[in-house]
Ligand binder design. Structure first.
Ligand code: DQQ
Length: 586
């Protein structure tokens, strides 16, 4: 039955309301709600809590901070409000893990208490100094609320958990210079070493340009600003949480942050405060001249590449020396309102950590959930070789816990002849706007086909993750990937809940490959999806009312006239980790 088409009028109405009432995603940011900052969680509402994503038991979290692997433990620090579930009272909470899956909470590592951070302990990064000595650089807000960069070191280096951190009195290390805006100078990166000097970046803004200020030091204590920033771009606004790291030209192995040479490229990422999305470029870094030049295939700013085309911000990578890989952490904020968050007693999750490496094309990175996640896979269902799914066909994936699942599907396509024309006017739109026009209920030629996740049995609610193939006037194919939150909930459409039709293009040659894969990690209020082996990733936060717990369903669908075949589909129920910060009492 063509349920998708039947529901078209409902969704059309809903999308019109959405277009009129919503903005570009600024709702996804952390705002200051002083009236709610200290409202402690009463009863924590569990309906939409995630089972296997990183979360503390209650209250607000945002940016991942200072991730590192040190002496057998992974450390994750994160921005945390110990007193409530909106942004405020921020400290560096601290958790450790042996496997990136089970987490033990430790006392808060950094919290406002010194003159140089009395008004805030904001984001930063860890560096492992020679002699295996970890050090953290972070942004403190001083008595004048200036953003200044300070350091913290473990009190007892032989404590395997590195429980206590000291912020010595010779802080701060770096002050904003007189020509800088002191309220836009933050989030120091992991430092890298070359030719007798450490280097690190601090995010900032000058006039309307985003800046990655570059600092150099011989001893990690005395830092001098370089003559020119490592990178900047006009009209991009404040650059938060910059990240800068090398990637190998060939293979999946990660590299130490100080690695340079002819066999590497560099990736430069910023979190744009103005859009609350992240953008990266791939380019060449010349350490002698301190010049970073993005490749011609990479552009700065809003038109640029994104690690994730959904709800993913303030991300940070680290080099995991135990498995020679680079791992990316990112924060996924809620899409509901501050009042919802106060009522449910918690807000924010960390995305599943992702291994990240350079695509063989050299033009973009690839990302894939860390292999350890697979240890949580339980009951498995295979649905292979579902041939020639016609338009309107919907197949249910039964036998797994669809609200808490990992699903990996590969679609094969016959011909692309029926691909719809890509309207040249859409060149001016971003992918999200095209997806908002061409949602899963809009029949197509080649696609839309994909997964209907977190679906109620009769599809009153569902979050479709799908592909649609277009033909351009140059006779090329463009593959759009969407993760559409508009139909995700029956909650009334009000302006306080952000329900975007998140989307990105997937750089694949479907005419040659004739197949495309999709993996979705589904976890109650999050759907985190990876297309074509990690070329395009989208994380959506959604709040179903019917498709919850055991009532949630999973379907695979095609709504295009060209039949598609499900070559393989493997779906697993996911177990919760044994330990997820339950011991957090600090
Ligand atoms: N969050 C931190 C800042 C950073 C922002 C404050 C990014 O350091 O710029 O909680 O989400």
């Amino acid at each position: 039955m063509d349920i998708l088409r039947k529901l078209a009028p409902v969704f059309l109405f809903a999308s019109c309301v959405f277009l009129i009432t919503n903005n570009n995603g600024v709702e996804g940011s952390h705002r200051i709600y002083s009236r709610l900052q200290n409202v402690p969680a009463g009863e924590v509402n569990q309906v939409h809590r995630t089972a296997y994503h990183f979360q503390p038991p209650k209250h607000w979290i945002n940016d991942p901070n200072g991730p590192m692997f040190f002496n057998g433990f992974y450390h994750l620090f994160y921005q945390y409000n110990p007193k409530g579930s909106v942004w405020g009272n921020i400290v560096w909470a601290h958790s450790v893990s042996k496997d990136l899956i089970n987490w033990e909470a430790l006392p808060n590592a950094i919290f406002p208490s010194k003159s140089f951070d009395i008004n805030g302990t904001w984001s930063g990064s860890a560096t492992i100094l020679p002699g295996n000595r970890p050090i953290i650089l972070y942004t403190g807000l001083d008595n004048d609320k200036r953003q200044i960069q300070s350091y913290a070191v473990p009190v007892n280096i032989s404590d395997p958990y590195l429980r206590e951190w000291d912020r010595p009195d010779d802080n701060p290390l770096v002050l904003p210079s007189s020509d800088m805006n002191a309220s836009q100078f933050r989030d120091p990166t992991t430092a890298w070493w070359h030719n007798g000097h450490w280097r690190m970046l601090v995010g900032g803004k000058r006039k309307k340009s985003g800046m990655a200020w570059l600092y150099r030091s011989i001893d990690f204590k005395h830092w001098i600003k370089a003559k020119h920033p490592l990178h900047s771009a006009p009209l991009t606004g404040m650059w938060e949480c910059p990240d800068f790291f090398p990637v190998a030209l060939h293979g999946k192995n990660g590299l130490d942050t100080s690695r340079v040479g002819n066999d590497v490229k560099h990736v430069f990422k910023v979190s744009l405060d103005e859009t609350r999305y992240e953008y990266y470029t791939v380019g060449q870094y010349e350490p002698e001249t301190e010049i970073y030049e993005p490749d011609k295939t990479s552009v700065d700013g809003r038109e640029g590449l994104r690690f994730d085309y959904g709800n993913f911000y303030a991300s940070k990578t680290f080099f995991d020396s135990s498995k020679n890989r680079r791992i990316l952490w990112g924060w996924a904020n809620e899409s509901d309102s501050a009042d919802d968050d106060t009522a449910k007693g918690w807000a924010g999750i960390q995305a599943i950590p992702r291994t990240l490496w350079l695509d063989p094309s050299g033009k973009q990175v690839l990302q894939w959930p860390i292999e350890e996640l697979e240890t949580l896979r339980g009951q498995k269902v295979d649905l292979n070789d579902i041939k020639n799914m016609k338009q309107g066909k919907l197949v249910q994936v039964k036998g797994i816990t669809a609200a808490q699942a990992d699903v990996d599907v590969t679609f094969t396509l016959g011909s692309l002849d029926k691909a719809e024309e890509f309207d040249p006017n859409w060149e001016k739109l971003d992918a999200e706007s095209v997806c908002a026009l061409k949602r899963s209920n809009v029949p197509g030629g080649v696609g839309p086909f994909g997964l209907a996740t977190l679906a109620s049995q009769n599809l009153e609610e569902f979050t479709p993750v799908f592909f649609r193939v277009f033909k351009t006037k140059e006779n090329k194919h463009k593959v759009l990937m969407c993760s559409d939150a508009k139909s995700s909930t029956l909650r009334p459409f009000d302006i306080k809940q952000y329900r975007p039709s998140f989307a990105g293009y997937v750089d694949v040659d479907l005419a040659a490959e004739k197949k495309i894969s999709l993996r979705s990690l589904i976890d109650h209020s999050v759907v985190e999806s990876f297309a074509a082996g990690g070329k395009t990733c989208i994380l959506s936060r959604v709040y179903p009312t019917l498709a919850i717990k055991d009532d949630a369903q999973l379907f695979v669908f095609n709504n295009g006239t060209e039949p598609v075949t499900v070559q393989t589909l493997a779906a697993w129920s996911m177990n919760a980790p044994k330990q997820m910060n339950q011991n957090l009492e600090f």
